[in-house]
Design a protein around this ligand. Structure first.
Ligand code: NAD
Ligand code: DAU
Length: 332
C-alpha cells in the first residue's frame, strides 16, 4: 500500500501517520503538507525515509496534488484550516483550503481512480443545545453555524456528490473534539495547560457551559484505519468516544490535575455564534467494523497529555506568544 496523507504534519494527521507507520510496517506513507502555522515537520521526525516521504506543497495547487495522487494507491485527506476562532477572524483562507483544496483532491482522485477517505467533523451538524440527550448520527441533518464548519460541510457535500455522480471510491468520517500530544496551543486543552505552566490563568469562554465530546487522537487514528481498510464505499461513519464534558469542568479538571485550585481560572469574551453542545453516537462504526476506543478514561488521557506538554516546551513555546497576541485582540 502506498498511502498519501494530506495535512499529515498537523495534529491529527501526524498522529495518524505515526499510528499507521507502527501498525502497518509494510506500507509506504507520503505526507503532502503546506506547513502552515499549524503544521510542523518535527511531528514526523522519527520516521525512516525508506518508508516515508514528505512533500512540502499546497492541496490547492493542481499540479502538486495531481502528481502526489498519481503516485499513490489511496488518499486520506486531513489538510484543512481547522480553528473556529481563526475562521471568524478571517474566513477566506477556509474557503480556499477546505473547499477548493478538497475539490482539487477530488479531481485528482477521480482522474486516477484512487480510493479516498475524507476527514470531517461533527461541527457540520450544528448545535444540539444544552439539556438534551440527543446525539449526532450519520442521519443527522447538516446545519453548520461557523465559517469553519460551513466550509467543512461544503467539503463533505463535494465528496458526497463526487461519490454519487462519478462513482468515486470514497468514505467520510465525522469525528468529535480530539485531544492529545502535538495539538496546537490555540486549541482549548493545550492553550490552557500551557497557560498554567507559564503561570497564566486558564481562559473560559462565556459562561463555560458549552459541552464538547472528547476523544483521544489515537482513537481517532485507529477508527480511520478501520474505515480505510474495511469501511463500505460511499458511506459516512461517525467517530466518538462518549467523552461529553462542559468547558468549566474541563478547565477545573486540568487545574486539579496540575495541582492548582479549581477556581483559579478567568471568564473571557464568548465566541460569536458559539455552539452549545456536540455529542456523537458511534454505534455504526462499532457495530459494523468492531472499532472501540482505547482511551476510555478521559482523566488518564488528559494526565498523559499534560505530562507531554510539560516535557515538550521546545515544541510549543515558539507558537505561544503569537497565539496569545491574537487572542488578546479578541478579548479572549
Ligand atoms: P491542524 O490545524 O492541526 O492541521 C492541519 C494540517 O493541514 C497542518 O499540518 C497544515 O499545515 C495542513 N494544511 C493546511 N492547509 C493546507 C493546504 N492548503 N495544503 C496542504 N496542507 C495544508 O488540524 P487538525 O486538528 O489535525 O485537524 C485535521 C483534520 O481533522 C481537519 O480536516 C479537521 O477539520 C478534522 N477534525 C479535527 C478535529 C479536532 O478536534 N481537531 C475533530 C474532527 C475533525
Ligand atoms: O468538534 C470537532 C471540532 O473540535 C473540530 O472540527 C475543530 O477542528 C476543533 O478545533 C474543535 O473545535 P472547537 O471549537 O470545539 O475547539 P476549541 O479547542 O477551539 O474549543 C473547545 C471549546 O472550548 C469551545 O466551546 C470553546 C472553548 N474555549 C476555547 C478556548 C481556546 C474556551 O473556553 N477557552 C479557550 O481558551
Amino acid at each position: 500500500m502506498k498511502l498519501l496523507v494530506t495535512g499529515g504534519a498537523g495534529f491529527i494527521g501526524s498522529n495518524f501517520v505515526r499510528y499507521v507507520y507502527k501498525e502497518r510496517p509494510d506500507w509506504h506513507i507520503t505526507v503532502l503538507d503546506k506547513l502552515t502555522y499549524a503544521g510542523d515537520r518535527k511531528n514526523l521526525e522519527d520516521l525512516d525515509d525508506s518508508r516515508f516521504t514528505f512533500i512540502h506543497g499546497d492541496i490547492c495547487d493542481e499540479q502538486t496534488i495531481d502528481k502526489a495522487v498519481a503516485d499513490c494507491d489511496a488518499v486520506v485527506h486531513f489538510a484543512a484550516e481547522s480553528h473556529v476562532d481563526n475562521s471568524i477572524r478571517g474566513p477566506r483562507l477556509f474557503l480556499d483550503t477546505n473547499i477548493i483544496g478538497t475539490y482539487e483532491v477530488l479531481e485528482a482522485v477521480r482522474k486516477y481512480g484512487k480510493r479516498l477517505h475524507h476527514i470531517s467533523t461533527d461541527e457540520v451538524y450544528g448545535d444540539l443545545g444544552l439539556g438534551s440527550t440527543e446525539k449526532f448520527s450519520e442521519k443527522s441533518r447538516y446545519d453548520p453555524r461557523s465559517p469553519y464548519s460551513a466550509t467543512k460541510a461544503g467539503s463533505d457535500h463535494l465528496v458526497r456528490s463526487w461519490i454519487h455522480t462519478y462513482g468515486l471510491e470514497a468514505t467520510i468520517s465525522n469525528c468529535s473534539n480530539n485531544y492529545g500530544p502535538y495539538q496546537h496551543v490555540e486549541k482549548v486543552i493545550p492553550r490552557n495547560i500551557t497557560n498554567i505552566i507559564l503561570g497564566i490563568k486558564p481562559k473560559l469562554y462565556g459562561e463555560g457551559k458549552n459541552v464538547r465530546d472528547w476523544i483521544h487522537a489515537e482513537d481517532h487514528s485507529s477508527a480511520i484505519l478501520a474505515i480505510l481498510e474495511d469501511g463500505k464505499l460511499g458511506e459516512t461513519y461517525m467517530i466518538g468516544a462518549n467523552g461529553e464534558l462542559d468547558n468549566k469542568t474541563l478547565i477545573q479538571t486540568i487545574l486539579e490535575l496540575m495541582g492548582k485550585s479549581p477556581d483559579d481560572f478567568e471568564f473571557v469574551n464568548d465566541r460569536p455564534g458559539h455552539d452549545l453542545r456536540y455529542a456523537i453516537d458511534a454505534s455504526k462504526i462499532k457495530n459494523e467494523l468492531g472499532w472501540q476506543p482505547k482511551y476510555a478514561d478521559f482523566k488518564q488521557g488528559l494526565t498523559q497529555t499534560i505530562e507531554w506538554y510539560k516535557q515538550n516546551e521546545d515544541w510549543w513555546k515558539p507558537q505561544k506568544a503569537e497565539t496569545e497576541a491574537k487572542y488578546k485582540e479578541l478579548g479572549r
